[in-house]
Design a protein. Structure first.
Length: 409
């Protein structure tokens, strides 16, 4: 039995077992004790890890009621022809799907898109008529008015807003004219609501703004997801950037604000900490291998089912009905880090997960290549170990909050 020995720039080493994510901070003289402890707990940890990696249970549907969007973000993984010419589901069609989901044990429906608020009357009716389901809405916010927010808050709906830069000029360039001002308004509407989150898509126009973004949102937004742009489309690939240094700076800024009473959690980083401390408590599923696509969640668009929203531009993955979709998406569930040559022996493989299959497939025509953002993930995960060792994880992980917030995955 051997453990990987990682030097993350601290006094001692990180001893890590990549199969179970058992880890210890120790020096060479303590190695034997660490190994003894590992031997005692290995089987139990492995059992838990295999369950959380391979269990197939669709609890969540990301539902694109419309293909259409009122914006045109340059990196969007939904193809432009769909956003410009697409259709919107009819009420009977949507209701028939929602009835089926209830029968199949789905618990969460997240209205996603393209832009779900274009069909706000339809989705609000559905929220009223299917009170057995839990709902979320991920929106650019352009069409979100104060009474809409009140409606959503009254029903305990999770609200996610996209917001890329604390600078008006950059925000309006990336997300559409007037977006910055609209987001400022939405922040006021949602003030104090704990089921509120923001997604920042990191790209080459905003990666130097991440710390300022944290400054702006601290104390106002409980969870901020800072996702590196995926190269699912050519335009996405052009906007990719190695932002590890800036992301780490943003993480440190968030920790400082939280220490000073203006709490904010960067969800992606929190998920890495969970991957190391308690892998089966991970909330986001992109860094689990295989990821959650077609395993923990599924995506429904106007023309059928896809493993995840990021696949919506890839017609070859479309399946017509729910049961066949879950079966067919074994193709995506088969993409494990063990099957990727560059990842197979990587010590961080079960913390990173080598995301994302849709991105890798779009770029290389195969699932079995490592993530194009490999270096970024390595640096960020090494930092996660440093934060753990110095004890600052307690300013990030408020487990109950995170679990509640993202309990749909
Ligand atoms: C596709 S949009 C759909 C919902 C809504 N229109 C919105 O913008 O929030 C959902 C999220 O995906 C993000 N997104 C779009 N394309 C992306 C890409 N290539 N890589 C990473 N995130 C992306 C958006 O920034 C947004 O936060
Ligand atoms: S990211 Fe959202 S708002 Fe932007 S173009 Fe895509 S669907 Fe529209
Ligand atoms: S993408 Fe890179 S960091 Fe992630 S598992 Fe593969 S080799 Fe490791």
């Amino acid at each position: 039995m051997e453990l990987c020995k990682l030097d993350v720039g601290l006094e001692k080493y990180i001893y890590l077992d990549p199969e179970t994510n058992f880890w210890a901070y120790a020096d060479v003289s303590e190695e034997k004790d660490v190994l003894r402890l590992f031997k005692d707990v290995r089987d139990e940890l492995l059992k838990e890890m295999l369950k959380c990696r391979f269990e197939v249970r669709i609890r969540t549907v990301y539902l694109n009621v419309t293909d259409r969007c009122n914006a045109n973000c340059p990196y969007c993984y939904i193809p432009e022809y769909r956003r410009k010419n697409g259709v919107t589901m009819k009420k009977e069609e949507l209701y028939s799907y929602l009835n089926e989901f209830l029968e199949k044990g789905v618990e969460w429906v997240i209205f996603h898109g393209a832009e779900p608020m274009i069909a706000k009357n339809l989705i609000f009716d559905a929220m009223d008529d299917f009170s057995e389901l839990k709902f979320g809405v991920q929106t650019n916010g352009f069409l979100l008015e104060e009474e809409d927010v009140k409606f959503l808050i009254n029903r305990g709906v999770n609200i996610g807003i996209s917001f890329d830069s604390p600078y008006r000029e950059v925000e309006d360039f990336l997300r559409g004219k007037g977006h910055y001002d609209k987001v400022m308004e939405v922040l006021e509407f949602c003030g104090g609501y704990d089921r509120f989150s923001v997604i920042t898509t990191i790209n080459k126009y905003n990666f130097t703004h991440l710390d300022k973004m944290v400054d702006l949102l601290a104390g106002k937004v409980p969870v901020l997801l800072m996702n590196i742009v995926r190269g699912t489309s050519e335009t996405g690939r052009v906007l990719r950037v190695d932002a590890s240094e800036q992301f780490i700076k943003a993480v440190e800024r968030a920790i400082n604000h939280t220490k000073n009473g203006r709490r904010i959690v960067i969800g992606d980083f929190a998920n890495y900490l969970l991957g190391i401390l308690a892998p089966s408590a991970r909330v986001l599923q992109c860094d689990v291998s295989p990821c959650g696509a077609g395993r923990r969640f599924i995506s429904l668009a106007t023309d059928g089912f896809y493993p995840c929203s990021e696949f919506v531009g890839l017609k070859e993955f479309r399946v017509k009905d729910f049961d066949s979709a879950v079966k067919t998406f074994e193709n995506v569930r088969n993409r494990t880090v063990e099957k990727i040559e560059e990842c197979r022996d990587c010590p961080l493989r079960n913390i990173c997960g080598s995301p994302c299959p849709a991105e890798v497939y779009s770029e290389y025509g195969t699932f079995f290549k490592k993530s194009p953002s490999c270096d970024y993930y390595k640096r960020v995960i090494e930092h996660a170990f440093r934060v753990l060792v110095r004890g600052d994880y307690k300013y990030i992980l408020k487990m109950e909050n995170l679990k509640e917030k993202f309990s749909w995955v």
